[in-house]
Design a binder for this molecule. Structure first.
Ligand SMILES: [Zn+2]
Length: 348
């Protein structure tokens, strides 16, 4: 099957590769329509590894996918050929202790697309468990369906934050995940979202959305701005979505007493945390690892029209242009939020 293969660091090829074809009774066979390029795909492309995950053998990239079901296993009841779907890319062992205790995303044995040694979905067809395949309503496009994966990260972060109606929240970082977090928190009822970044282009894209107040950190102190907007009280929730070590300097100054800090971004190494500053506010600290049980809710929000992710798709490329798409993603142009590859169907 033709696929976009990362042969090794900085070497991609679009070529035939043997991929598992056996379909179990609980699986679906899905023709891939669209795949979004994620920061992690680009990181593997540029560096050949993320932490302890190392690309030691050719690996198909891509994990943000939507497509059309072409066949289902004998025991699949809620999917049928022709259904348009999006797929949750991490497949846990459902009998594992983590899964049984309700944390399937934390199963150490989870098989996640395009995390070595597991192949991703930048290929024409995949076999995937029906339980991790979600139907898209007719009016939700495959382009939007392929946005559900990064949106799920934001949904999970907002869920962990336990956002209350009218809450004020800060998101540090206006990259694709930061914007997804902000939109999820707004959908959960946040009244005001202050989103900070040092890219004017990214902030301009984020501030297209009602309820988002952009803040350029080159223009002054984020803590002072948050104080101004909250009568000196601080934000109910702070989401760290930049992954920058610098974001942790004075991070509790942003937070209201008894507020919540949610760690979404992944810093490159260990970070110093001001424990006393956290204690003085009895801050609650939450972390997330990918997401669990949020895909149906994410699809429902897109279907309701309450969240529109279409403005975040910056460009799309045909499957044949996949390598060019990755080269563009590797440039990290500030106005590029999400690039997508159209594996089957028409490029806009
Ligand atoms: Zn992703």
């Amino acid at each position: 099957m033709k696929a976009l293969v990362l042969e090794e660091r900085l070497h991609l090829s679009l070529r035939e590769i043997d991929l598992a074809q056996e379909m179990g009774p609980l699986d679906a066979r899905i023709r891939i329509g669209r795949v979004g390029i994620c920061g992690s795909d680009v990181h593997y492309y540029k560096h050949g590894r993320i932490g302890s995950f190392v690309v030691n053998a050719p690996m198909v990239l891509g994990h943000e996918a939507a497509g059309v079901v072409v066949a289902v296993g004998d025991e699949v009841r809620d999917l049928a050929p022709g259904d348009r779907v999006c797929m949750e890319p991490g497949i846990p062992d459902m009998t594992s202790r983590a899964s049984r205790e309700g944390h399937y995303n934390l199963d150490p044995a989870v098989r996640f697309w395009a995390t070595p040694p597991i192949h991703g979905c930048l290929t024409s067809e995949v076999i995937h468990p029906a339980a991790f395949t979600f139907k898209l309503p007719d009016h939700v496009s495959l382009a939007e369906g392929a946005m559900v994966e990064p949106f799920a990260v934001g949904m999970h972060a907002a869920t962990k934050a336990q956002i209350k109606p009218g809450a004020t929240a800060v998101v540090i970082g206006a990259g694709p995940i930061g914007i997804m977090v902000a939109l999820s928190a707004l959908a959960a009822g946040a009244g005001q979202m202050i989103v900070s970044d040092l890219s004017a282009e990214k902030l301009a894209i984020a501030s297209q959305y009602a309820g988002i107040v952009p803040f350029d950190i080159r223009s002054g102190s984020l803590a002072e701005r948050v104080a101004e907007l909250t009568d000196g009280w601080g934000a109910d929730v702070v989401f760290e979505a930049s992954g920058s070590t610098k974001a942790f300097d004075g991070i509790f100054d942003l937070l209201a007493p008894a507020g919540t800090l949610v760690l979404v971004g992944m810093p490159p190494g260990a970070v110093a945390l001001d424990v006393v500053a956290a204690q003085a506010k009895e801050a609650r600290i939450e972390t997330i690892f990918r997401y669990a049980n949020v895909y149906p809710k994410a699809v429902a929000l897109l279907a309701s029209g309450k969240v529109d992710l279409k403005p975040l798709i910056s460009a799309d490329f045909s499957f044949n242009q996949s390598i060019a798409a990755f080269e563009r993603a590797a440039e990290s142009r500030p106005a590029d939020i999400k690039l997508q590859i159209v594996v089957e169907g028409s490029v806009s």
